[in-house]
Design a protein around this ligand. Structure first.
Ligand code: PRT
Ligand code: ZN
Length: 293
């Protein structure tokens, strides 16, 4: 039987939907329904292992899954520090961004790292927190909570908290204020230090190259414009994050050329105005759906 690459993905939750979208953009055709643990990708030798996010680093380390998609916060908690697993980050994926922060009651005098000495901190990330405090010589006690960490100060379980913050609404609703960011997190693709069998390795490399294409095409745009030939250099300098543009003579009497380029950064209205000032006309900015180098 041909071997199939197994990818561990969160089944349900904040990471799940964006993970599925990303894999679909890579051309994987699958559906996730009901209570199934495995979803078979129909058009490639890949299976999705649908699990809780906290289990993903362990599954990748043990070989139950070849690679996995997980928040960097979970990767750092489950795979680094004292728990050290043979798992590494293969790609940063740029979604599910959040910060792991220290926070306390906004009216409290705990508003910096040093004021945490001899205090209790509630968190679901005891590993990351302990490593961070130790490196800074702060002597505080971690109180591990599986959820509702933001309630800990109010019910006198702890003096401060260490929790994920996205919009900040949860902290605000609970009268808390963040005073230190411990980790800036985003979704990451992880793999183990083990060598994959040749067939799986080749599927994995194909997938990684597609993921690179999806990440790069996200902020990239294709720009087309007409401009006087003498302005080619000035206009090229304005195009954000592009290599040398393609120049096509238009054969008109007024020395007009068409310029086309891939810009790896977003193009704002200000850039279009600057291009127009240099003589560019008929400027078109198009989204890029796929890229491969
Ligand atoms: O069931 P399973 O174990 O798989 O899921 P889970 O409940 O452990 O995790 P889930 O689905 O809540 O989150 C999955 C991942 O999403 C996290 O590990 C992070 O990498 C990422 N993520 C991004 C977040 C947030 N943003 C986030 N805001 N995870 C949690 N939160 C929580 C936070 O804990 C706090 O309670 O949202 C609240 C704060 O949000 P704001 O917007 O009010 O600041
Ligand atoms: Zn979880």
């Amino acid at each position: 039987m041909p071997s199939r690459l197994r990818i561990a993905v969160q089944k349900k939750g904040r990471l799940a939907d964006e993970s599925f979208v990303m894999l679909k953009k890579c051309g994987l055709n699958f559906s996730v329904r009901g209570d199934g643990l495995l979803s078979r990708v129909k058009n490639l030798p890949i299976d999705l292992l649908l699990v809780r996010d906290d289990d993903i680093p362990n599954f990748v380390a043990s070989g139950a899954s070849d690679i996995g998609l997980v928040g960097e916060n979970v990767f750092a908690e489950e795979a680094t520090g004292a728990k050290s697993l043979d798992v590494k980050i293969l790609r940063r994926l740029g979604f599910s961004r959040c910060n792991l922060c220290l926070a306390a009651d906004k009216n409290d005098n705990i508003q910096n790292l040093n004021s945490l000495n001899n205090k209790k901190i509630a968190t679901s990330y005891p590993g990351i927190l302990a490593t961070y405090l130790k490196a800074r010589n702060i002597d505080a006690t971690c109180v591990e909570m599986k959820g509702a960490v933001e309630l800990a100060p109010r019910i006198n379980v702890a003096d401060a908290i260490c929790d994920l913050v996205s919009s900040g609404a949860t902290l605000e609703a609970n009268g808390l204020k963040a005073f230190e960011t411990i980790l800036e997190s985003e979704a990451v693709l992880i793999g183990s230090g083990r060598k994959l069998a040749a067939e799986k390795q080749s599927i994995c490399e194909r997938l990684l190259s597609r993921i690179d294409g999806v990440i790069r095409s996200k902020d990239s745009k294709y720009i087309m414009l007409n401009a006087p030939e003498r302005q080619i250099e000035a206009i090229s300098k304005i195009l954000p994050g592009s290599d040398a543009p393609t120049i096509i003579p238009l054969g008109t009497d007024d020395d007009l050329v068409a310029m086309q380029a891939v810009c790896t950064e977003n193009i704002f209205w200000e850039t279009l105005e600057a291009l127009k000032d240099k003589g560019a006309r008929s400027i078109l900015v198009l989204p890029i759906e796929k890229m491969m180098n």
